[in-house]
Design a protein around this ligand. Structure first.
Ligand code: ZN
Length: 67
């Protein structure tokens, strides 16, 4: 029994949101990747330069890079 690691966490290729199921709750996409890096937690997208740069308008967990 291997412990669940980071590789089992999937992110949306469309909006980089960390996904807890089979599809993205933010944009509805099921185009997911488990090959990603750079964990990002956006609390206040309106006051975050990174959020603006990545076109994030909802608070939540995101990945910086998705391959
Ligand atoms: Zn998405």
């Amino acid at each position: 029994m291997a412990p669940r690691n980071k590789k089992s966490i999937k992110v949306c290729r469309n909006c980089h949101h960390v996904v807890d199921g089979e599809s993205c709750v933010t944009c509805g996409s099921s185009n997911l990747s488990d090959d990603w890096g750079g964990y990002l937690y956006i609390v206040d997208p309106k006051n975050s330069d990174i959020a603006k740069k990545m076109n994030i308008d909802m608070p939540g967990r995101y990945a910086l890079k998705v391959r």
